[in-house]
Ligand binder design. Structure first.
Ligand SMILES: Nc1ncnc2c1ncn2[C@@H]1O[C@H](COP(=O)(O)OP(=O)(O)OP(=O)(O)O)[C@@H](O)[C@H]1O
Length: 797
C-alpha cells in the first residue's frame, strides 16, 4: 500500500509530524479542478474570435469510476468583451439560436448555454477528431471513398440546415471538425442567416474569399445563399480530392493575393483537375463549381449524382427523419415545470456553485418580456449592422418572428435567457413531436399523417427528364412534401422510419463498441491553438423574395460558358418528390460510416440533463420559424405533419456558474495537453501542395494556460501547438498536373505573426479589375499589406 511520504518540518525546534501536517498536505494534494457549472475545465481546444474553447467534462459522471465522463467543448465568452448591441453579441446570439434548431449528426450539437458573472459558456459537443483541414493536410489528399463519405456528410448537414431555412454562409475547411470516428462536424454558425422563401436572395456577402461563390464577389446583386453554400461545398470537395484549392494556379496571381484577379480567373478559367481525380467526381465538381448560380447544381441533384450513389440511403434521410431519429436517441427528461401562475421563466442561475452573494447578484434578472425572443437582425442594404427589426408584413414562422419583441433583449446577458426560453419552447416542441410520433405509430388514429410521396425518380415528370446520364436514375429521395400535382399516395410507414433509426443505431453501437477504448482516452485528446476566425458580423437584409432573376455580370456569363457542366443543365430544376419505399431504409453496407455519435447511440449519455439543466420551462407558443423550409413544404402540401417534425434540438439551459474566474481560465492554459492533434501539426512537407492555412498565413499558437496549480490533475499535460499554415497559391497554369513539388516553404513561413482573422467589408470587385500596374514601391507595399489582410482573414465581401 502506498504510503504518504513522511515529511517533517522543523518549527522552532519542534518537529511536526505527518499527522500534524496531513491536513495541509492533504489539501495540497487534493485535486482541485477549475469548473464551470457542471463541467470540469480542461485544456484549451482552440481560440476564436470570442475567446477560448475549452475541453470540459461532466463532473457528475466522473463519480463512477467506470463511467467515462461526458466530454464537451465549452466556448467561453467573456461577457465584458461583448458590448451590448455589438456585432459580436449578434453573432453569438445567432450562433446559439441557430444551433438550437439544428439537430443533425454532422452539425455540432449545442448541449447547453451556461453563464456566470464573467463568462457565457456555450457548451458544444466535443469533436475530438480535430480540425478537418489538418486531417487533409496530414494525408495530403483524401482517397476517393473517404472523400465521398465525408462529402456526403457535408451535403447531408448542409441540406438539412437549408431545409430548416438556414444558410451557413461561411462553409470552409476551417469550420469543419471531425468527431472521434472521423465523421464530419460542421461548426461556426456565426454567419448563419435565415431565408424564408425558396428564391429568397440575400445581400450581405460573407465568408472567405477562397470559398466564396463568385456571385458574392463580382456582383452587388442579391444572391441565393443556398447556392453560395453549395459552391463552398464544391471548394471543400475539390480540396479533399485534389489536396489543394481550386483556381490557385493563375500565373498572373500566383499567390492569389489579388482577389479581383482571383475571381476573374475563377469565372473565366475552366476548372482543372489533377489526373488522379476520376471522371465522376470531376463531373460533380464541374456542376457545383459553376460560376453562374442559376446553372449551379442544386443540393437535391447533388444527392442524385452518380458519384454519391453508394451513400444514397444516407442522403435519402429527410430532415424530418433526422429530427425524429435524433430525437429518439436523445435522453430527454421532462423539465421541472414552472408554476402555472408564474408568467416568467424561473432560472436556477442563482444556484451557482459557490452560492456567493455576488454570484446571485450577477445572476440574470429575468424579464418576462424576454419570453418573446428578439428578432435576429435583418440584413441591411447598406451592409450596416442593424438591430432587430419589427416583424415583416409577411408572416414568417419563426420563433424569433411574429412575436412581440423585446427592445432590450440583445444584451449579452439576455442571450442565455433566450436559451432558457427556448428550452421551454423546445420542450413544447418535443412534446409535439412525441405526440406526432405516437400518432404515427398508430396511423389509424392519426388523421394528420404526413403525406410522403413514394415514387421512383425516373418516373416523375417534369424537369428531371433532362438529367444527365450521370445522375442516378434509380436514385430515390425521401421528401415530405409531394411534388406539384401529386397528392399523398403513400403514407410513410412508421416502421420505415424505425428501420432507419434502428439501422443507424446498430451501426452506431457497432462502432461504439469498437471505440470504447478510445472513449476512455478522451481526455487525453485535446488541442489548443489560436485559430483565426471571422470576427465581425454585418447583418443584411434579404432581398425580395419575388426577385427571381439574378442579373449576372457579363464576366460570369462568359465564365459560365467555360465552367458549365458538360451536360445536364437541368440539374437546377426542381426535382419532383420521389421515394422508393424499398430503398428508404438504408442498408448497412451502403450507409456511410458515420453515426457513432451520441445522438445515434442507444446508450445513455452520461450527462444528466436534468441535473445540469435545472429548470426547463415549457413554452406555450412555439411557432418554429427556423423551420421555415419545412413550413414551406407544409404550405405546399397542406401537410400539418411537417409542423410536428420540428425536432427537439437539445436542451438549452442557462445557468449561473460561478466557479470559473477569468484568472483561472487564463492561467489554466499553461499546462494544456494535446497529444493527438499535434500529430497533425508536424512540419509541413514541401512536397505537399495542400496546405490550407496559407490563406490565413501562419499564425502563432496561443499558448494556453488552462491549468492552475489547482487544476494540474484535471488538465492533461500541455503541448504548445504551432499552427502551420498556408494555402499555397501556385504559379503553374498547367492543367491536370499535380503540383506537389512547388516550393511554398517561403510562403508558408513568411508570416508568423499572430493573426486574428477579422471579417471585413470590401467593395464589390469591379468587373474588370484594373490590371496590376507598376506602382511606386511604397504603394505596392501598402497594397500588399491590404491584400494580405484580406487573404488571411475570413472576409466579409
Ligand atoms: N466542438 C468543438 N470540439 C472541438 N474543438 C472545437 C469545438 N469547437 C471549437 N473547437 C476548437 O476551437 C477553435 C475555435 O472555435 P470557434 O472557431 O468555433 O470559436 P469562435 O470563437 O466561434 O471563433 P470564430 O467565430 O472566430 O470562428 C476551433 O478552431 C477548434 O479548434
Amino acid at each position: 500500500m502506498a504510503s504518504i511520504p513522511q515529511r517533517h518540518t522543523y518549527y522552532g525546534g519542534e518537529a511536526v509530524g505527518l499527522s500534524d501536517l496531513r491536513g495541509t498536505e492533504g489539501s495540497r494534494h487534493r485535486r482541485r479542478h477549475v469548473t464551470f457549472g457542471p463541467y470540469i475545465l480542461g485544456s484549451t481546444l482552440g481560440e476564436g474570435e470570442f475567446g477560448r474553447v475549452k475541453l470540459g467534462w461532466s463532473k457528475h459522471a466522473s463519480n463512477s469510476p467506470n463511467e467515462v465522463p461526458k466530454q464537451v467543448a465549452i466556448k467561453l465568452v467573456r461577457r465584458d468583451t461583448i458590448p451590448k448591441n455589438s456585432e459580436k453579441e449578434i453573432k453569438i446570439y445567432r450562433e446559439i439560436n441557430a444551433l438550437k434548431h439544428l439537430s443533425h449528426p454532422n452539425i455540432v450539437r449545442l448541449e447547453e448555454v451556461l453563464q456566470n458573472s464573467k463568462y457565457i459558456g456555450i457548451v458544444l459537443e466535443y469533436a475530438s477528431g480535430g480540425e478537418f483541414y489538418k486531417y487533409i493536410q496530414k494525408k495530403r489528399r483524401l482517397k476517393e471513398g473517404v472523400a465521398c463519405r465525408l462529402f456526403v456528410q457535408l451535403v447531408s448537414g448542409v441540406h438539412y440546415m437549408h431545409a430548416k431555412g438556414l444558410v451557413h454562409r461561411d462553409l470552409k475547411l476551417e469550420n469543419l471538425l471531425l468527431d472521434k470516428h472521423e465523421n464530419l462536424v460542421i461548426t461556426d454558425f456565426g454567419f448563419v442567416n435565415e431565408f424564408f422563401a425558396h428564391n429568397e436572395l440575400m445581400k450581405t456577402s460573407c465568408g472567405s474569399p477562397c470559398y466564396a461563390a463568385p456571385e458574392l464577389v463580382v456582383s452587388s446583386k442579391p444572391y441565393e445563399a443556398r447556392k453560395a453554400d453549395i459552391w463552398s461545398c464544391g471548394v471543400i470537395l475539390y480540396a479533399m480530392l485534389a489536396g489543394y484549392l481550386p483556381w490557385d494556379d493563375d500565373p498572373k496571381n500566383p499567390d492569389g493575393n489579388d482577389i479581383a484577379k482571383l475571381y476573374h480567373y475563377i469565372t473565366r478559367t475552366p476548372l482543372k483537375f489533377p489526373e488522379y481525380v476520376t471522371p465522376l467526381p470531376r463531373d460533380l465538381l464541374r456542376r457545383i463549381l459553376c460560376p453562374d448560380p442559376k446553372k449551379r447544381i442544386s443540393m437535391r441533384n447533388i444527392e442524385k449524382h452518380e458519384w454519391v450513389r453508394p451513400h444514397l440511403p444516407f442522403l435519402s434521410i429527410t430532415p424530418e427523419e433526422w429530427d425524429r431519429t435524433m430525437l429518439s436517441n436523445q435522453v430527454f427528461r421532462p423539465p421541472k415545470m414552472k408554476s402555472q401562475h408564474s408568467s416568467r421563466p424561473r432560472s436556477n442561475c442563482s444556484t451557482s456553485s459557490t452560492g456567493s452573494k455576488s454570484d446571485k447578484r450577477d445572476s440574470l434578472v429575468i424579464d418576462s418580456a424576454l419570453v418573446n425572443l428578439p428578432a435576429p437582425p435583418q440584413e441591411s442594404q447598406s451592409h450596416v449592422i442593424t438591430k432587430p427589426s419589427p416583424p415583416s408584413p409577411e408572416l414568417r414562422r419563426s420563433p424569433v418572428r411574429g412575436m412581440n419583441r423585446h427592445s432590450r433583449s440583445n444584451s449579452a446577458a439576455s442571450i442565455a435567457l433566450q436559451a432558457v426560453v427556448d428550452a421551454e419552447r423546445e420542450h413544447n416542441m418535443q412534446q409535439e413531436v412525441y405526440i406526432s410520433l405516437s400518432k404515427k405509430n398508430h396511423p389509424h388514429k392519426n388523421r394528420n399523417t404526413p403525406a410522403f410521396i413514394v415514387q421512383r425518380s425516373n418516373t416523375h415528370s417534369g424537369t428531371s427528364g433532362n438529367t444527365s446520364s450521370l445522375m442516378n436514375k434509380d436514385s430515390t429521395i425521401v421528401e415530405t412534401s409531394p411534388a406539384k400535382g401529386h397528392t399523398s399516395k403513400t403514407e410513410p410507414k412508421s416502421n420505415e422510419l424505425h428501420t432507419l433509426a434502428t439501422s443507424i443505431n446498430k451501426d452506431s453501437q457497432n462502432i461504439r463498441s469498437k471505440t470504447n477504448h478510445t472513449a476512455n482516452q478522451y481526455h487525453h485528446f485535446a488541442a489548443h491553438h489560436r485559430k483565426p476566425r471571422p470576427t465581425s458580423y454585418h447583418p443584411g437584409s434579404s432581398a425580395s423574395a419575388a426577385e427571381t432573376s439574378l442579373p449576372y455580370p457579363s464576366m460570369l456569363a462568359s465564365g459560365e460558358a467555360q465552367n458549365q457542366p458538360a451536360a445536364g443543365s437541368s440539374f437546377d430544376s426542381t426535382p419532383s418528390l420521389q421515394i422508393e419505399p424499398s430503398s428508404v431504409a438504408p442498408s448497412g453496407n451502403q450507409s456511410p460510416r458515420m453515426i457513432s455519435r451520441k445522438s445515434f447511440s442507444a446508450s445513455k449519455p452520461s450527462l444528466d440533463l436534468q441535473s445540469v439543466s435545472g429548470d426547463l420551462i415549457k413554452s406555450q407558443n412555439d411557432t418554429g420559424g427556423l423551420t421555415k423550409g419545412i413550413n414551406d413544404q407544409m404550405q405546399e402540401t397542406g401537410n400539418d405533419e411537417a409542423r410536428h417534425s420540428r425536432r427537439y434540438s437539445g436542451v438549452v439551459v442557462e445557468k449561473t456558474c460561478s466557479t470559473v474566474t477569468e484568472e483561472e481560465v487564463n492561467s489554466k492554459d499553461d499546462h494544456t495537453e494535446i497529444s493527438k492533434r499535434t500529430v497533425m501539426e508536424k512540419k509541413p512537407d514541401n512536397r505537399k501542395r495542400f496546405s490550407f492555412l496559407s490563406f490565413y498565413s501562419t499564425y502563432e499558437t496561443s499558448k494556453s494556460s488552462l491549468d492552475t496549480n489547482e487544476s494540474k490533475i484535471a488538465s492533461p499535460p500541455t503541448t504548445t501547438r504551432k499552427q502551420s499554415s498556408s494555402i499555397r497559391q501556385t504559379t503553374t497554369s498547367e492543367p491536370e498536373e499535380p503540383k506537389g513539388n512547388r516550393s511554398v516553404a517561403s510562403r508558408r513561413t513568411r508570416s508568423s505573426t499572430k493573426i486574428y482573422r477579422q471579417s471585413v467589408m470590401v467593395a464589390n470587385i469591379p468587373e474588370s479589375a484594373p490590371a496590376a500596374q507598376p506602382r511606386p514601391q511604397n504603394d505596392q507595399s501598402t497594397a500588399k499589406k491590404v491584400v494580405d489582410f484580406f487573404k488571411r482573414r475570413s472576409m466579409r465581401i
